[in-house]
Design a protein around this ligand. Structure first.
Ligand code: B12
Ligand code: SF4
Ligand code: SF4
Length: 308
């Protein structure tokens, strides 16, 4: 089963590993240790207490293993026509495919496992990076992202519960890349000082992405965010781009989408995907950006574009 899963993932350009469900207890212990160490800020506490969830689905699947899949996520550019100019706006790696890749992976895994009588179900609330690192699929970088061989950190992670039995599943130490020793490229590049000198965990409340993924309920940015920090439709690519371990993957052909003047005006109004014309909906869906349309007016304003 393990080889079948790995092969199916490889055939789709992904990487996958499997661990026994008993590892869930080890994960819980990791998180409990982290909480006890008293190193989490309020947002990190919120993530480990409210976003993470370790419950096994009670119906439909006798869960025996966990499958972790890494899918490359390229950068994208959306070129917006605005006041007679064409303005290329970046969508950093990590967004394209964040909706479509898990759906594709669920489909190909279920197809590959069907002859064995096994299935997978999305496990959306597990700590993805920790699981990827513990399973040996990746390692942490100093920027707190997960690095997978052949992808750098330009990827999405998806986790699944599976009813197939996995007895092996090696468990690795929580470790950072050797390349991080003596390197500070990501910290130097971080526009908001989120990557700290004195501890490994970033200050995620200072991460630009935390601020610019927010929807229309947040109208502006705090005064401590330098205007020069803004460089993308949403998210941030500075620590990813600066990392020498990503050099081989940065600049690979990404997704390119162009948007006409009237459509740019609709983005600047912050309309939801259902309110957009069909042709624009298709472009939004190709970039998996439907969840971030509410963030666009504020973020595009920060890049110098405006409705008036
Ligand atoms: C909440 C969240 C955010 C928040 C908070 C991010 C954060 N770092 O906490 C915000 C909105 C800021 C965010 C931003 C981004 N995110 Co995000 N995010 C998540 C989410 C939902 C949870 C992250 C999390 O668990 N944080 C809590 C902390 C406590 O966990 P941790 O970062 O793993 O920290 C561990 C280590 O620090 C370790 N540790 C502690 N001390 C030490 C010491 C040493 C030496 C070592 C080695 C380890 C170590 O212990 C901690 C717990 O295990 C995950 C999806 C998921 N469900 O897991 C996606 C996820 C992590 N995000 C993802 C992405 C792509 C991004 C962005 C790159 C998007 C972008 N382009 O802007 C940025 C990157 C920011 C960054 N540098 O981390 C991807 C990561 C892909 C990858 N290569 O790792 C994920 C996995 C989503 C996905 N399904 O693919 N994100
Ligand atoms: S830039 Fe340097 S320190 Fe940061 S993640 Fe990459 S190798 Fe590690
Ligand atoms: S994503 Fe941007 S703001 Fe967040 S830690 Fe990386 S460089 Fe800093």
């Amino acid at each position: 089963m393990i080889e079948r899963i790995a092969r199916a993932a490889r055939a789709h350009g992904d990487k996958a590993v499997v661990v026994p469900i008993s590892r869930l207890d080890d994960l819980r212990r990791d998180i409990a240790d982290l909480r006890r160490a008293n190193v989490l800020n309020d947002y990190q506490r919120h993530i480990v207490e409210r976003i993470y969830g370790f419950d096994i689905p009670e119906e439909g699947l006798v869960v025996r293993s966990i499958v972790i899949v890494a899918t490359p996520s390229p950068a994208a550019t959306i070129t917006l026509a605005h006041r007679g100019r064409s303005i290329p706006v970046a969508i950093p790696p990590g967004y394209v495919g964040h909706v479509s890749a898990p759906i594709a992976a669920e489909r190909y895994l279920n197809e590959a496992l069907a002859p064995l009588g096994y299935r997978v179900h999305r496990a959306t609330r597990l700590p993805h990076k920790l699981l990827a690192v513990r399973s040996g699929l990746g390692v942490y970088g100093r920027n707190n992202l997960c690095y997978v061989e052949g992808m750098g950190s330009l990827l999405n992670l998806t986790t699944f519960f599976c009813d197939g039995l996995c007895l092996e599943g090696t468990w690795h130490p929580v470790r950072a890349m050797d390349a991080c020793d003596g390197c500070a490229a990501c910290r130097d590049a971080c526009p908001t000082g989120a990557i700290l000198r004195d501890r490994f965990l970033i200050d995620n409340t200072r991460c630009l992405t935390c601020l610019n993924e927010a929807g229309r309920e947040y109208d502006g940015f705090s005064e401590w965010v330098p205007p020069s920090a803004h460089h993308a439709a949403y998210g941030c690519s500075r620590c990813t781009q600066a990392c020498p371990q990503n050099r081989a993957y940065i600049g690979r052909p990404g997704v390119e989408v162009t948007v006409a003047e009237e459509a740019t005006a609709l983005f600047l109004q912050g309309l939801s995907v259902d309110e957009l014309p069909a042709e624009l909906q298709a472009k939004v869906n190709a970039l998996d950006m439907a969840g971030f349309l509410g963030a666009l007016p504020r973020n595009l304003r920060a890049l110098g574009m405006s409705v008036e």
